[in-house]
Design a protein around this ligand. Structure first.
Ligand code: SF4
Length: 375
C-alpha cells in the first residue's frame, strides 16, 4: 500500500556549485506543463493501491511554481487519488521566492510543512556556498512562513564549507535557535564528483575543514540542538517532539512510497525503481504513455535485509540487534544499545558510509540472523 507521494520539481533559477540533484534552469512557462506530466505519470500507476498519508514536493526548487499552479494541481490530483487521509504536505522553498501572501495561499491550499533551503545563516557562508539569496531574505522568509501558520517549519543548513570554523557554526546555530523553526536538517558539505565543487576540490582549489574539525562541528551542532529540545531522530535530522518529517519517516521505516517526476525514486512491493534523469526523455516517454522508469532493483532475501538495515540504521529507533548477527562484535563501537535494539552513536553517524560498507561485507560473509523471524 503506497503511503506517500514524492513529486520532483526540477526547476531552479541557478545551479548551486555543490548540488548533485537533477535540476534545470528553465523558463517559468514550462512549470504548468511539467505539473501536468506529473499527473499523467501518476495515472499510469492504476495497478497500485494508495492509502496516502503524506505528499512531498521536492526539487529542484518547488517554490518557483506559483501557489495558483499548485491549486490546480491539487484539484486534479484529488481526482486520481484519495487525499482525505493525508496528514502532511511538504514543500521545499528557497528563501528568495515566496512572499508572505504566497505562503498564506499555500497554507490555505492545505500545505502544512515548509522546508526552507537557508543553507547558511552567515552572509560569508552564503557566498562560500554560491547561494544567491541574502541572510536578510533567509530570515524574512522563515518569519513569513511562520506568520502564515507553518508550525512544521524546517530549515536546511550546511556545515563544513570553505572558511567556516566551529565558532562560526556555533554563531549560526545560536541565530537558528532564535527563529520559530521546529525542524533542522543539517548536512555536511560533500564535494560530489559531478559538481563544480567536486572539480575544484579535486584540483585543490577548494579547501574544506579537515575530518577532525568536521567531527567537532557535528558534535557541537548535536549538543546545541539537543540542549534546545530537538530530538536527533535521523543522522541529518533534528525535530522538536512531534515535528518529525512524516514523509521521510516512511523512507526510513521501509514503507511504500511512489516518486514522480524526473529522477524520482520509488519503493513499492519490494522494488526500488528510479525515473530517467533527462527532462526530455521523461516527457517523451509520458507522451507515449510509458512509465519513465530507467532503473529497477527487486529486493529479495539478503538484498532486502541490506536495504532495510541501510535505511533503518539512519534513525533513532535503529534495528533489532539480532539483525546485525556476528557483525555486532566488530562494529559495536559505532552503536549504542537500548534493550534488544541498537542504533548508531555519533561516531557511527559521522562514519556512516564506512559503517554501512563494513556491515555489508560482514553480512555477505556471515549472514546468520533469521531475517523473517526478527523483521
Ligand atoms: S541546491 Fe537547491 S536551489 Fe541549488 S541547484 Fe540544487 S536544487 Fe537548485
Amino acid at each position: 500500500m503506497v503511503k506517500g507521494l514524492y513529486f520532483h520539481v526540477p526547476f531552479c533559477s541557478y545551479k548551486c556549485p555543490y548540488c548533485d540533484f537533477v535540476s534545470v534552469v528553465g523558463p517559468q512557462a514550462e512549470h504548468g506543463h511539467y505539473m501536468e506530466l506529473l499527473l499523467k505519470e501518476l495515472s499510469l500507476y492504476e495497478e497500485l493501491e494508495f492509502s496516502l498519508q503524506t505528499l512531498y514536493f521536492g526539487g529542484g526548487t518547488p517554490s518557483l511554481v506559483s501557489p495558483k499552479t499548485y491549486e490546480v494541481f491539487l484539484q486534479e490530483l484529488s481526482k486520481l487519488v484519495d487525499l482525505s487521509r493525508v496528514e502532511e504536505i511538504t514543500i521545499e522553498c528557497n528563501p528568495e521566492n515566496y512572499s508572505l501572501e504566497e505562503f498564506r495561499a499555500l497554507r490555505e491550499l492545505g500545505f502544512n510543512r515548509v522546508s526552507l533551503g537557508v543553507q547558511s545563516l552567515r552572509e560569508e557562508g552564503l557566498k562560500a556556498l554560491g547561494r544567491r539569496h541574502s541572510l536578510e531574505q533567509a530570515l524574512r522568509s522563515v518569519h513569513w512562513a511562520a506568520e502564515a501558520g507553518f508550525e512544521r517549519l524546517n530549515v536546511d543548513l550546511i556545515y563544513g564549507y570553505q572558511g567556516q570554523t566551529p565558532k562560526e557554526l556555533e554563531r549560526e546555530l545560536d541565530l537558528l535557535l532564535s527563529l520559530p523553526v521546529s525542524h533542522v536538517s543539517l548536512y555536511m558539505l560533500t564535494p560530489y564528483e559531478d559538481t563544480l565543487f567536486g572539480q575544484l576540490y579535486r584540483k585543490g582549489a577548494l579547501s574544506l575543514p579537515d575530518g577532525d574539525t568536521l567531527g567537532d562541528m557535528f558534535e557541537l551542532a548535536c549538543d546545541k540542538l539537543e540542549s534546545a529540545g530537538f530530538v536527533h531522530y535521523e543522522v541529518s535530522n533534528f525535530a522538536l517532539p512531534g515535528y518529525e518529517c512524516r514523509h521521510n519517516l516512511l523512507y526510513w521505516t521501509h514503507q511504500e512510497f511512489l516518486g514522480l517526476g524526473v529522477s524520482a525514486w520509488s519503493f513499492v512491493k519490494s522494488r526500488r525503481f528510479g525515473n530517467t534523469r533527462s527532462l526530455k526523455l521523461y516527457e517523451e516517454k509520458l507522451k507515449k504513455g510509458t512509465k519513465p522508469v530507467e532503473q529497477e532493483e527487486r529486493l529479495e532475501g539478503r538484498e532486502k535485509l541490506y536495504d532495510y538495515l541501510f535505511v533503518a540504521l539512519r534513525t533513532r529507533s535503529g534495528v533489532p540487534r539480532a539483525l546485525l548477527g556476528k557483525a555486532w562484535q566488530e562494529l559495536k563501537d559505532f552503536f549504542q544499545e537500548e534493550g534488544d535494539r541498537v542504533r548508531l552513536n555519533r561516531k557511527g553517524m559521522l562514519l556512516l558510509n564506512e559503517v554501512l560498507l563494513r556491515l555489508k561485507k560482514h553480512l555477505r560473509d556471515n549472514l546468520t540472523p533469521d531475517w523473517e523471524a526478527v523483521s
